[in-house]
Design a protein around this ligand. Structure first.
Ligand SMILES: C[S@@+](CC[C@H](N)C(=O)[O-])C[C@H]1O[C@@H](n2cnc3c(N)ncnc32)[C@H](O)[C@@H]1O
Length: 230
């Protein structure tokens, strides 16, 4: 399989666009996105384009989907600077709508591949990172497209500071297994689980996402992992 990007990453996401945006949605993309878009040449320049205060902490969500988790965390942690990455336009529109109507000033958005953000971030700049239910790519031939692999963990380990926490969830047993194997091979991360409850039960400060609700409704086991950057 050939690489899909200049850095050799394989495309890890599905479609970028759903339905044609309504005029109101198009206005959000035109007017709000440029205000809150992450500047990859100065990704830690401030909490948002509107606020120049230097944040004490930066949390990154990779593949925020409809933004349920990103918005929940951003509302509860106003002093934290959030970076949300999502290539799917419809999801980005949902977050832009919430940013605008709830007047959230602590979220910056990258409508694209999170690995480009990880490469641009200064070393040790993240205190938390979230990858919740990455695209499963369940077929054997597609498994190479899974976002969680040695390269992504290397990028995360560099961008996260020692002590930072990486939260990761999946509803695919094989993805859970390959994630733990990759973590095992990456000496800069350690799995924090002490008992099965730690990976079977979602912590209270971790809201349910849309994808997760569908997985639960379909009766699929969900795996919740927390890793510490050493
Ligand atoms: C299965 S969905 C889950 C969405 C959301 N986290 C949830 O739990 O509802 C996976 C999401 O990850 C996004 N994604 C996949 N690869 C990505 C990448 N390299 N950078 C950023 N987002 C990515 C996809 O576009 C998709 O929206």
């Amino acid at each position: 399989m050939t690489s899909d990007t200049p850095h050799g990453d394989l495309r890890s996401f599905g479609r970028r666009r759903g339905r044609k945006p309504t005029s109101r949605q198009a206005a959000l993309l035109r007017d709000v996105l440029p205000r809150v878009a992450l500047d990859l040449s100065a990704p830690c320049g401030g909490p948002t384009a509107r606020d120049t205060q230097v944040p004490s902490e930066t949390w990154l969500e990779i593949g925020f989907g409809g933004g349920e988790h990103l918005l929940w965390q951003a509302e509860r942690h106003p002093a934290v600077s959030f970076i949300g990455c999502e290539p799917f336009e419809d999801g980005v529109i949902k977050v832009l709508d919430a940013i605008e109507h709830q007047r959230l000033t602590n979220i910056r958005v990258h409508m694209g591949d999170a690995r480009d953000v990880l490469r641009a971030l200064p070393d040790g700049s993240l205190t938390r990172a979230f990858i919740l239910f990455p695209d499963p790519w369940p077929k054997r031939k597609q498994a190479k497209r899974r976002l969680v692999n040695a390269t992504t963990l290397d990028l995360l380990a560099r961008a996260m500071r020692p002590g930072a926490i990486l939260r990761l969830a999946t509803d695919i047993g094989d993805y859970a297994r390959t994630t733990l194997e990759a973590i095992e091979r990456e000496p800069r991360f350690v799995w924090l689980a002490k008992s099965p409850t730690d990976w079977r039960v979602r912590p209270p400060d971790w809201p349910e996402t849309r994808y997760e609700a569908k997985a639960a409704a379909a009766g699929r086991q969900r795996y919740y992992f927390s890793f510490r950057r050493l």
